[in-house]
Design a protein around this ligand. Structure first.
Ligand code: ATP
Ligand code: MG
Length: 429
């Protein structure tokens, strides 16, 4: 089985653990822990104490696969709970499902009064001792101008983005589900891309989406768009990500092969990274490949939240020219389907007009492109999903190997020139 080749045990060591503390009749509080495997019983009680200050909690429970409650009162029992939880995570990963947070139920506590604690986030990320006393996170500090990007990412990644701190500027584009704006984040002085999607859904579903998006904080790759946080205001969700000044690939006309090759390398690396986290992209296409004037290429809009994807799908029709045949005909979706979309993304739009399900796969015109490029695309677009290259085969393909030289200057110069051309065509502002 392909998933196992990535070694889920290894991935687990760096896993950010999300513990969902359930509060009777009051929803839940999500607690993000960086040092999951080393977590102590006392740490959990400390956090429960902060969430339910009026109650005295001495133990908590979790549910096993049959829904039976198991009590935890010691480090030993904590270990048993964590190893049970990690085994369920592995199962979810192997099945390509999204990872559920670890749900716990505080016990022996008095009701916590009428305080509204919905949506409260508790973070214990920082701290030298890995499990220093957890603290309820404050609002973003106002003196955070000119932060280093790592520092900024940490602040922003605390899930503290909110509407008041954001000034919307230009519209970058409209998609099927929403609109993307260029925006200014006042506390950090940073430019963001904010995707706003209208969703008329229940509070429960909103919470589910927010918790599913948590996995994005964990994505840390130069080939994946940086995620800064998300929030709901009334019936719309705003998802804040890194702004890419070159925009998406769909707006560029014919891309020369030596540039396209470097872009393909980045896209393959981005996908390989997502797959290693057991995330399927599910929407690989040129408009979800972003470039900047530094020559970086990053993937965006991958489907980490099933609920978000479902909620959008209810409103909008969900097929496009980049989808694999097995997807269009409603069969199982897997890494191979992402690989198809990767192949077709790098073909000229003209060939996309062919009927993908019934006819032969589209092919590139002979003579116009190099042999390795044509071979790469053809392999990615084999009709039978299993015949398409596996992740390690993609990385080892001669077309990818040839351009895997880390030469960002090639892409950078091409982006800069294209933007320049666009500006001169538009005339003075
Ligand atoms: P779909 O909704 O079917 O995925 P789409 O990808 O074109 O289509 P959006 O994801 O809403 O739609 O994006 C709209 C446009 O906004 C994109 O085509 C892209 O040009 C621009 N865009 C999106 N994210 C960013 C970003 N982080 N930086 C710069 N531009 C972006
Ligand atoms: Mg998009």
């Amino acid at each position: 089985m392909l998933w196992l080749a990535f070694g889920p045990f290894h991935a687990m060591e760096n896993q950010v653990l999300v513990i969902r503390i359930k509060i009777p009749n009051r929803g839940a509080v999500d607690w993000t822990v960086n040092s999951g495997p080393q977590l102590l019983f006392r740490d959990v009680l400390d956090v429960i104490g902060q969430v339910l200050p009026e109650a005295t909690t001495t133990a908590f429970e979790y549910e096993d696969e049959d829904g039976d409650r198991i009590t935890v009162r010691s480090d030993e029992e904590m270990k048993a709970m964590l190893s049970y939880y990690y085994s369920t995570v592995m199962e979810q990963q192997v099945n390509g499902q999204l990872i559920e947070p670890l749900q716990i139920f505080p016990r022996a506590c008095k009701p916590p009064g009428e305080r509204n604690i919905h949506g409260l986030k508790v973070n214990t990320r920082a701290g030298p001792s890995q499990h220093s006393s957890p603290a309820v996170s404050d609002a973003l500090p106002s003196n955070s101008l000119k932060k280093s990007s790592a520092e900024l990412k940490k602040i922003l990644a605390n899930g503290q983005m909110n509407e008041q701190d954001i000034r919307y500027r230009d519209t970058l584009g409209h998609g099927n589900g929403g609109t993307v704006y260029k925006a200014y984040h006042v506390p950090s002085g940073k430019i963001l891309a904010v995707k706003v999607i209208l969703l008329d859904i229940t509070l429960e579903l909103q919470k589910q989406i927010m918790s599913e998006l948590e996995i994005l904080y964990k994505c840390d790759s130069s080939y994946i768009i940086g995620f800064y946080g998300a929030f709901f205001v009334e019936n719309r969700i705003s998802i804040c990500t890194e702004f890419m000044d070159g925009g998406s690939l769909d707006v560029y006309r014919k891309i020369p092969e030596h540039v396209l090759g470097r872009i393909a390398v980045a896209v393959v690396k981005g996908l390989t990274y997502l797959w290693s986290l057991k995330i399927l992209h599910r929407d690989v296409k040129p408009s979800n490949m972003l470039v900047n004037t530094r020559g970086q290429v990053k993937l965006c809009d991958f489907g980490v939240s099933t609920q978000l994807v479902n909620s959008i799908a209810k409103t909008y029709v969900g097929t496009n020219a980049y989808m694999a045949p097995e997807r269009i005909s409603g069969e199982q979706y897997g890494i191979h389907s992402d690989v198809w979309s990767l192949g077709i993304s790098f073909m000229e739009p003209l060939q996309l007009l062919q009927c993908i399900v019934d006819e032969d796969s589209p092919v590139l015109p002979v003579g116009e492109f190099s042999e390795p490029f044509v071979h790469f695309i053809t392999q990615c677009m084999r009709k039978q999903p299993k015949e398409r290259p596996a992740p390690e085969e993609l990385m080892g393909h001669p077309f990818i190997v040839q351009f895997n030289d880390g030469n960002a200057a090639v892409v950078s110069m091409w982006v800069c020139r294209a933007l320049e051309e666009r500006r001169s065509q538009q005339g003075p502002p």
